[in-house]
Structures are given as C-alpha cells and as structure tokens.
Design a protein around this ligand. Structure first.
Ligand SMILES: [Zn+2]
Length: 705
C-alpha cells in the first residue's frame, strides 16, 4: 500500500491522474473544479472525512468516483456507497461502468445475488458497492456483512446525508444506523457525505456526526435556469383548470407535484381527458409501472408526470422543462429540493407554485403521523417484554394502537435507541431502559412549524423568490435572481376561463370512488374471533362506492367538515344526496339492489339514517331497517386487528330486518357514513350474506384516501 508521503510529494501528478479519471467518466472536455479537487484531495491524500453541500448537478458523484479510482489504484478496498433510492443507483451504476469502475448493488430486490456479490468483493473484483439504507437495519446484514465491509472499505460515501439529521425535512430512521457504522470504521478510512439540501443547522449536525474535524464544503445553491413564480387561485377547480390551460405553454416535459395520492390521480385523469400525455405516479404505483412512467418522461413521450413526492431524489432528467406544484410542500427546503430537478441541462425552466387553501390541513395530517406519544411506545415495549419471544410486526399490530407503517417507523427508532432489536422472526425487547426523548420530538415539531410558516412567507413575499429559498438554506451568497415573477414584475395569469373552471369542477366533483372489499382477515385475531386467512366467498361484499375521499380536493373539503369529530349530527345535505344519486346512477353493478339497509350510528344517527332513507325513497326501494349499535362507542382504533375486534360484536342485525333481507331476494345496498378501515362494512356485509342476501353493495359518503 502506498503511503501518504508518496501522494503528497507530487500533488501535480496526482491532480493529472484525477483529471484523467474525470475525463474517462464525463468526457474529454471535462475539467475538475477547484472545490471538487479540494474534496478529492481531502479524501485521497489526507484520508479525511468531508461533507459536501452543493446544488444538484454540481458533480458530487464525480468526486466519489474519481476518489475511488485513485484510492483503488493505491491498494485501498472498495468504496461503499449508502444511497436511499434504487433509481439513483441505476444511474450511478451506468455512469461508473462507462468509466471502467466495477459496481455492484445489494438491496432488498436482489438478495439471491448477494453471495456472488460478496465473493466478488472478497476477490477484489468490485470497486464500488452500492447499499440501500434499509439494509443497515436488516439483522443478517448488520451483524454478518456490515462489519466485514466496514473493515475492508477504502472509502465510505453517504449520499443524501441530510437524512441522518432529524433536524432535516427528510429524516429517515434507517440512516441513524449510519452513526454506528461511522463510529466503528477503522482509523484512516475517508468518509464523504453529500447533500444538496441542508441549511446551516442540518450541515452542522451532519458534520458533527461524521467527526468533529470534518471538512465542510458548501457551495452557492443558485440555479440560473430556474424562473420561479406563484399563482394564487382560491378554488381547487381553478388550479386544475389553470393546468389544463397553461400546460401546453410550458417548455418541454415536466413534473406536476401534488400533496396527496388522490390529487395525483384526479389531476392526471382531468389532464388525460383533455388530451394531454400524462401519467399519475405515487408511492402506491406498482414498481414496474413507475419505471415505465419515468422512462416515458425521460424520453419526452409524456408532457408531464403528475406525481407525489414519491418521484424523488433518484430521478434525473437534465432537460426537465418545468415543475408545477398544485399545493405547497410544507418546507422551503423540501420545495427547493423538488424544483432543483428542473433545468439542470437547459437554459430555461419554469417553476410554478399553485398554493391551495387546504394545504395547511394536509400538512397537519402529515404531522399527525410523526413519532407516537409515550404511552403508545411504552405499550409496545411492554407487549414485547410480556411475550418473552420475538414478535413480528403483524403480531404486534393488534396489541398496539398504530397503523403498520407508523409501527414499523417507531420500531426502527427504538432499535437504533437500543430498546428493541430486530431479530429473525420479528422484534424483541433488549430489556435496556429507554427514555422518551420528549425534548427531541418537541424540537422537531417546533422546527416543522417554523418551516411551514416560512413556506407561507414564500407564497406571500414580494421579494425575490429564489433569494428567499436560498436564504432559508443559509446560502450567504444569495442575491436577487432577476428572473422570478417578483424580480421581473411579470406575473403569470392568475385566471382561468369560465368554461375551463366548469369542466374542472365537473371532473373534480364527479362523484364516486371505488371501495374495495376486504378479502383477508387481519393476523392476530384467530384466537379470540376465530377467523383467519381469506374471507369465505359467501361472506364477501361487492366492490362498493363512496362519494369521495377525505383527502380529495373535490368533495374532500365538504366531507371533512361534515364528518369532523364533534360536528353536529344533522340530516344529510340535499346537494350531497343528489351527488350520491349520481354515484348510484354511474354504478355498473351486475344486479340492481332490491332493498336498502343502514348501519345504525351512535355518533351520527340522523346523518346515516336520513341518507339511507332518502336513497331508498329516490330509488323506489324498500328501506328494511338498520343494524343496531351495541355497547359503548369504541375508542378510535387505527389498525386492522383492533378495528375488527371493536366492531365484531358492536353491531346487531334485528331479526325482523334479517327476515326482510331474506324476503327481498336480491342484492342489498348497505349504507354508512364512512368506510375508514372497512371492517364495519365487512362485518355487516357478512351478516347480510348470512341472512340470505345474494350480494351486498356498500355505499358510503367518504373513504379516508
Ligand atoms: Zn428573483
């Protein structure tokens, strides 16, 4: 192995070698910038830890690929890159391989290949190993693979390093595991952390976790291709109509970001109806479908992807021409990160924000999904202690009042805190005392509120928009951009045609959302309820319908008001009945319902009762009666097993109604206010089927999302 003296003795020779590596990577005309060279020298010569905070497109990957090449040729082990998105990895692997750097990946999608990959690593045949952060929390990987990798690594790279800091907008529990990895590295292994989006506080936090003495390279964040503007349109239908009327004028292909999955689908539907080549993209889109959509956008076969933030860091299209947000993200940092995807390789890109009145409610909803309150955490730890054996997430779910995804997030945090441990078969308690870090969660909450206020200031500001965002990222070099709507005084039209607004209104208010029936019983209820696995075919409901989603930008606002906890119980509003009738008219059921049954509600008896009776009246169907609620109202439950348990014995079908159902001799329209987890409808439908209904058609006002 070459010593430090050899490389420091001839810095010019080393720089020449570095320039040669860059040309292999990025083409004959590529030259290292001074700050890139500074970072490379720190890693290769000084073997330091470095944090590079530079805008997207600055060339962070060139730093670690060139450094890898130089270190490898001096006998160092392979570079280990921890990177959060597979999409990002695909691009990186292609870039590296073009430069003759041999790259391999370990992630959850290629477990079968791991043996071969690790054999290649041991044989020295891998220069760069890409690892997804989720791997760091996998017991086998953590205990068997990671120590070996860390011991043999020549360079460790942490991509999107702001995720380490819980000050950041994008903190990921998996990343906390990196603190241990970094602490356990042998001395002299250089570390490079990179991010495009970190304010001074996040930068300081990440630098401290790297090492007290890390080199921090922060560059200006300006992107002189971006033209920022804000268009204020009060009504949801106006914002959607604006898209329909302005999309054509936006350059090239781009991204329309929405805050919710439902909005992504609705807006994509509206734009597709108007002849635009668009596709919806969210975390719920199938992986294969996502890849195809990304390719279509990259190759300009689509005018736009209408996407949630799931279309993220890994997506790289240098000629992306515009980014429009329908609804504001909840922090200027997150916003700046998303708009930074536009205009990397073109002179001009348009960036438009269409804020909505309901944005703040959506932010509040996201905030409610944060780290759970102490009693819930304690209950989880007690359940694990009491079990005396590992419990899977599925087995824990019925014992703890949390949805699956929040439960998993919480367990990861507890794992890193040392209170629980992921083992084969699930999770076990370590028995170590654990403290609820109220101060930290409070601090994170306060920070989030500060960020939300700043986003509202961005919308309202009459100063330069880009300067505002860069200052929020503590970019001291920020000056007025001369390109945004406030700098130039050129405002975008903040109006739409009456016809456009009407068409958008029709689309957004077009009533009807499918309600998929539950087909599987939740795990963990077999012992007390005696059900498990698939529902019997004779117990199933048909696919039902809802007037709308609570998160919709169409009916959502009205339904949220009507169904809010504490909202007065009253007869269903006439306008809503009319809309429900339209849902029924548009319902392509196999057999028309023969009668109506309601689900008696303890909290909203008038609403549900009046809805069921009005529908029966208008449809000229007999109203047979209602399920009767039994016992005290169950507390709000969040997960399937608990919800099912609380509704299992809470509904009774009176004998005379059951007899009428049998006599009706046809499908039953089953009416309730909202579907929530779907278990009330599932249990009630099963009762009706068992009473003799050949089919049950659930109809509700609202589904959650
Ligand atoms: Zn400006």
């Amino acid at each position: 192995m070459t010593t430090h003296e050899d490389t420091t003795a001839a810095p010019d020779a080393l720089r020449d070698e570095a320039e040669g590596c860059l040309r292999a990577l990025a083409g004959e005309r590529a030259r290292l910038r001074e700050d890139q060279w500074t970072a490379i020298r720190a890693l290769v010569v000084e073997r330091r830890r470095a944090l590079v905070v530079q805008r997207t497109g600055w060339g962070k990957s060139a730093v670690y690929f060139v450094a890898t090449r130089l270190l490898r040729s001096r006998g160092a082990g392979p570079t280990v890159i921890v990177s959060p998105l597979l999409a990002l990895m695909r691009n990186q692997i292609e870039a590296a391989e073009r430069a003759g750097i041999r790259a391999a990946t370990v992630n959850s999608a290629n477990t079968d290949d791991w043996e071969a990959v690790f054999a290649d690593v041991s044989a020295g045949a891998v220069d760069v190993l890409l690892v997804s952060p989720e791997r760091l929390n996998n017991p086998d990987f953590r205990d068997l693979v990671l120590p070996k990798l860390a011991a043999g690594a020549g360079l460790v790279v942490v991509d999107e390093a702001h995720c380490i800091s819980d000050w950041g907008h994008d903190f990921r529990p998996d990343y906390r595991r990196l603190r241990t990895l970094l602490a356990d590295l042998p001395p002299g292994v250089p570390v490079l952390a990179t991010t495009a989006t970190a304010n001074a506080r996040v930068t300081a936090d990440v630098a401290e976790q790297l090492d007290g003495d890390a080199l921090v390279l922060r560059g200006p964040l300006e992107r002189d291709s971006l033209h920022l503007s804000v268009v204020a349109l009060p009504e949801a239908e106006e914002r959607v109509a604006w898209l329909g009327e302005n999309l054509d004028a936006l350059p090239g292909s781009g991204i329309v970001y929405t805050l919710t999955v439902a909005a992504a689908h609705e807006i994509a539907g509206y734009l597709a109806d108007r002849g635009f080549a668009v596709a919806a993209y969210s975390g719920q889109t199938e992986p294969a479908e996502r890849l195809a959509a990304e390719r279509d956008l990259r190759d300009n076969r689509l005018k736009a992807l209408v996407a949630t933030s799931a279309l993220g860091m890994g997506f790289d299209k240098p000629d992306l021409g515009f980014i429009v947000h329908v609804g504001a993200p909840q922090s200027p940092v997150a916003y700046y990160q998303q708009i930074g995807r536009a205009g990397r390789g073109v002179d001009r890109a348009e960036v438009v924000l269409l804020p909505g009145r309901e944005d703040r409610e959506i932010w509040a909803y996201f905030a409610s999904l944060a780290f759970p309150p102490e009693p819930v955490v304690r209950a989880t730890l007690e359940a694990l202690d009491a079990a005396g054996r590992p419990l899977s997430t599925g087995a824990l779910e019925p014992r703890v009042d949390l949805s699956r995804s929040r439960l998993e997030m919480m367990l990861k945090v507890l794992d890193v805190d040392g209170a629980v441990r992921r083992v084969k078969g699930g999770w076990e308690s370590t028995g170590r005392p654990w403290e609820y870090d109220r101060a930290r969660y409070e601090r994170v909450r306060a920070e989030r509120e500060r960020e939300q206020r700043a986003m509202l200031e961005y919308i309202a500001t009459d100063g330069c928009r880009e300067e505002f965002l860069r200052r929020r990222l503590d970019d001291d070099a920020a000056t007025p951009c001369g390109r945004c709507d406030n700098c130039t005084g050129r405002r975008r039209t903040a109006s739409v045609s009456a016809a456009g607004a009407a068409a958008a209104r029709d689309r957004l208010h077009r009533p009807g959302v499918d309600v998929a029936p539950r087909r599987m019983w939740p795990t963990g209820v077999k012992d007390d309820l005696g059900v498990a696995g698939r529902l019997a075919p004779g117990d199933l409901a048909e696919t039902g319908r809802a007037l709308g989603r609570l998160t919709d930008i169409g009916w959502g606002n009205r339904l949220r008001d009507l169904l809010a906890p504490g909202a007065p119980d009253a007869d269903v509003p006439a306008g809503m009945v009319n809309a429900v009738v339209k849902v029924l008219a548009a319902w392509d059921w196999e057999r028309r319902p023969a009668a109506v049954v309601g689900i008696g509600s303890r909290t909203r008896p008038r609403l549900v009762g009046s809805l069921a009776r009005r529908i029966a009246e208008i449809g000229r169907l007999p109203f047979l009666g209602e399920f009767v609620p039994l016992g005290e109202p169950a507390p709000r439950r969040h997960n399937s097993a608990q919800r099912l348990r609380s509704v299992w014995n809470a509904l009774s079908l009176p004998d005379e109604v059951a007899a009428a159902v049998r006599d009706a001799d046809g499908p039953i329209l089953l009416v309730d206010d909202q579907a929530d987890t779907g278990w009330t409808l599932t249990v009630a439908s099963r009762e009706l089927r068992r009473a003799g209904a050949p089919a049950v058609l659930p109809l509700v006002l609202a589904v959650p999302n």
